[in-house]
Design a protein around this ligand. Structure first.
Ligand code: FAD
Length: 453
């Protein structure tokens, strides 16, 4: 190993081998997924340093875990024993922003909100908006195909990426995609890299789409007597009969509302069954919010709506506070499952039953318009029995999603956390095919092995 370290030091300026300095780089935000002890943390400052790292890792057959901002929730950026952590967070320059083409070319470490702020100066919008938008990197968003709040109308990160430059496991550099609005040349390598959780290549540059910023937004807060009445409203708003196209419809159940109130003092109704926060944009946003309010009221809700963008943003912040607020109650095991929207009532019923069966607190919130929920189990990590009960509840929520025709991960990815569930959803022929794709991109399986597929 000392030969590898010497060679890394020869090519790269910032190589950390001091065990005391490593913990800051060895975990993401998923505290329950395993993390190993790396031999080195490389803080790459340039494309050349990334290439050198991968070529040396290839030569020495050493695993590499690429790290963006480390906000992942699946343990996908957790270090592997004896491997290299390749931190690309300081490669954080916006290389080009073209208001006419409506594109931005960025290094991987650019923070999502940093790009959106730059786009805003031109009246443009970088759409993908994970709850971690202020802290997560574009490279990490692409590698996880991050979702967020406005996916129902605008899609996920993959829908906003035009081209990628990546270093493969062999050290070769590939350029994928095209700057055009249409492109069907060859197999879609861009889409393969997106969501691959650092297992197929290290993303070193991306060109993404920017949209015109919507002229108007309107935000509705609807407070319901029960989760069921809130979800029936989501179903009604999703159907064609009201002519409504919400950019976001976010759910918070009572446990989550109480936790958010305790943290933010926002004065939400703590005795409610659930709250829906819905956002509408474009010229007809106020009319759409008004129609949505009528639908919610018909389902027993008390409703408030505003077309003031700042007030709307502040209200949506309540939802963004959901996870940190629940984390204040104890250790959290955050799930990320999605079902077809019409199956949401059944999923919520199953979550209730699981909570009662195992005697665990579950705060459920999430992107209801996408059928993507984050049931979050809160427990005392020092109590072994509570830990076991939390794990069993987690397992059963994942199984429930699959049984309802859904997915074991809507947006956070598989990482180290969910690899043992993958066969519940993906067949053996399909997994073997994924393995052959891995062989082609990463012949020695050095890129984040044992994760994601
Ligand atoms: C409070 C909070 C709210 C969140 N809300 C959402 C949400 O609404 N929607 C959502 O989808 N996620 C959400 N997340 C999860 C997380 O922020 C996303 O998964 C995010 O995309 C991870 O980005 P990152 O830069 O932190 O990546 P990391 O955690 O550093 O890495 C994540 C994965 O991407 C790989 N990777 C990182 N950079 C690169 C690169 N340049 N090349 C190749 N592989 C790379 C890593 O190896 C790892 O597999 C949330 C997290 C928190 C803490």
């Amino acid at each position: 190993m000392s030969e590898l370290i010497d060679q890394l030091r020869h090519h790269i300026r910032a190589v950390i081998v001091d065990p005391d300095a490593m913990p800051a780089y060895t975990r993401d935000q998923c505290i329950l997924a395993p993390a190993g002890t790396p031999v080195a943390v490389v803080r790459a400052g340039s494309v050349a340093e990334v290439e050198s790292t991968i070529r040396l890792a290839f030569e020495h057959r050493v695993p590499v875990v690429t790290r963006g901002a480390g906000t992942g929730l699946a343990g996908a950026a957790n270090a592997l024993d004896g491997g290299i952590v390749l931190d690309v967070s300081t490669m954080n320059q916006i290389l080009d922003l073209d208001p006419v083409a409506r594109t931005a070319t960025v290094q991987p470490g650019v923070i999502n909100a940093q790009l959106d702020t730059a786009a805003r100066k031109h009246g443009l919008w970088y759409v993908p908006d994970p709850g971690s938008r202020d802290i997560s990197s574009i490279g990490g968003n692409i590698a996880t195909n991050a979702g967020g709040m406005c996916c129902a109308k605008y899609g996920v990160t993959a829908d906003h990426v035009l081209t990628l430059t990546a270093v493969l496991g062999s050290g070769e550099v590939v350029h994928t995609g095209a700057l055009t609005r249409k492109n069907v040349a060859g197999l879609d390598l861009t889409k393969l890299l997106i969501g691959s959780e650092g297992t197929l290549g290290v993303i070193i540059e991306a060109t993404v789409k920017l949209l015109a910023r919507p002229s108007n937004t309107a935000t509705m807060v609807a407070t319901f007597p029960s989760v069921r009445s809130a979800i029936m409203t989501v179903l009604a708003l999703s159907g064609p009969e009201n002519g409504i196209e919400a950019a976001a419809i976010e759910l918070m159940d009572r446990t989550t509302v109480q936790a958010v109130n305790a943290m933010t003092k926002m004065g939400l109704d703590e005795e409610c069954g659930a709250i829906l926060l819905a956002q509408f944009d474009g010229r007809e946003s106020a009319e759409q919010a008004s129609t949505a309010a009528q639908v919610a009221q018909a389902n027993g809700a008390e409703v408030f709506y505003t077309d003031d963008p700042d007030e709307g943003a502040a209200l949506m912040d309540a939802r963004r506070a959901a996870l940190p607020a629940l984390e204040r109650l104890g250790t959290t095991l955050l799930d990320d499952v999605a079902v077809p929207v019409p199956r949401l009532p059944e999923l919520l019923k199953r979550i209730d039953e699981i909570s009662a069966r195992h005697g665990v607190t579950i705060g459920t919130f999430g992107h209801a318009a996408d059928g993507n929920l984050h049931p979050t189990i809160v427990f005392d990590a020092n109590d072994e029995q509570a830990r076991d009960r939390a794990q069993q509840a987690f397992d059963q929520i994942v199984s429930a999603a699959v049984e309802l025709g859904g997915t074991i991960s809507g947006e956070h990815g598989i990482g180290a956390l969910k690899i043992r569930y993958l066969s519940q959803q993906v067949g053996s022929v399909e997994r073997a095919l994924m393995s052959r794709i891995k062989d082609a991109f990463d012949p020695r399986h050095i890129l984040n092995p044992t994760r994601a597929y």
